[in-house]
Design a protein around this ligand. Structure first.
Ligand SMILES: [Fe+2]
Length: 233
C-alpha cells in the first residue's frame, strides 16, 4: 500500500520527535503492508517553517537510516500544506513541495474555523495547474455547518483524503459519520494514515481498508491506498 500523508520525518513538526521513533514508525508501516510513504510535515507560516529544501534533506537522511536498518520503505517528498494566500506562488516557485514533484499536494484548511474565500483559494490553485488534496475533511469541526463547502471544493476538482483512524472510529462519532458519508457519496479518493508517532497515531492502513471495503467494495477500497496514490506519485 501507498501512504500519502505522514509526519514521519524527525523533528520537523508535531510528528516524530526522533530518528528512533521514525524508524519504529517505518517498521510498523511496513509490518502493516505499506511499501511507499510520502513524508509530509506541516508547513504552517510562523509555526512550522518547513519548505522543499529542508524536507528533501530530511527525507534523504531518513532514507539512509532506513537502508542501514534494512527497512524496506520507499520515501517521497511532500508536505501537509496549511492554507496561505500566496500558496499558488509558493508552489509554482517550488519553495513549497507538491507530492513527489507532481501537480498534487496536501491542502490543509484550519481545523476549527472555515476561512473566508477558501473556495477562491482552491480555484486559484487549480487554475495555476495544481490539484489540491483536501486533507481529512471528516475531522474538521466546521464540516457540520458547512458540508456544502466540502461538496463544492470536491466539485471544482479538489480530491478528498480520508484519514485511516477516522473510518475505524478512533476520532469519535462525528469523524466516523462524515467518513462514512463521504465514502457513500463516492467522494473519497485516498485513504492515508496521517501518522504522528509510533504509539500516538501510529501508521497503518489495512484496518481502514477493511472497514472501507464493507461500504464501497474491495476494489474501490484498494484503489484508495494503491492505484490512486500510485498514480499521483
Ligand atoms: Fe497531517
Amino acid at each position: 500500500m501507498i501512504d500519502l500523508h505522514s509526519h514521519i520525518l524527525p523533528g520537523l513538526d508535531d510528528g516524530s520527535p526522533s530518528l528512533a521513533e521514525s524508524l519504529e514508525m517505518a517498521r510498523l508501516a511496513v509490518a502493516d503492508g505499506t511499501t511507499h510513504m510520502a513524508c509530509t510535515p506541516h508547513i504552517v507560516p510562523g509555526m512550522y517553517e518547513n519548505g522543499s529544501a529542508n524536507i528533501a534533506r530530511a527525507v534523504e537522511g531518513l532514507e539512509q537510516a532506513l537502508r542501514r536498518a534494512a527497512i524496506p520503505l520507499a520515501l517521497y517528498v511532500g508536505a501537509d500544506v496549511h492554507i496561505a494566500p500566496d500558496l499558488p506562488e509558493q508552489l509554482a516557485l517550488g519553495s513549497v513541495p507538491t507530492l513527489n514533484r507532481s501537480r498534487y499536494f496536501l491542502f490543509e484548511p484550519p481545523h476549527h474555523v472555515l476561512p473566508p474565500r477558501l473556495e477562491d483559494l482552491a480555484l486559484r490553485l487549480i487554475n495555476a495547474g495544481f490539484i489540491p488534496i483536501l486533507t481529512h475533511p471528516e475531522r474538521l469541526t466546521w464540516i457540520k455547518a458547512n458540508y456544502d463547502v466540502v461538496e463544492r471544493l470536491n466539485a471544482i476538482g479538489c480530491l478528498v483524503q480520508l484519514t485511516a483512524d477516522s473510518i475505524v472510529g478512533a476520532f469519535g462519532r462525528t469523524a466516523l459519520y462524515y467518513s462514512e458519508k463521504l465514502i457513500d457519496e463516492g467522494r473519497v479518493d485516498i485513504i492515508a494514515s496521517d501518522t504522528h508517532g509510533a504509539t500516538r497515531r501510529p501508521p497503518g492502513l489495512s484496518q481502514a481498508v477493511a472497514v472501507a471495503a464493507k461500504r464501497c467494495g474491495e476494489d474501490e477500497a484498494r484503489n484508495m491506498v494503491l492505484k490512486r496514490p500510485g498514480e499521483i506519485l
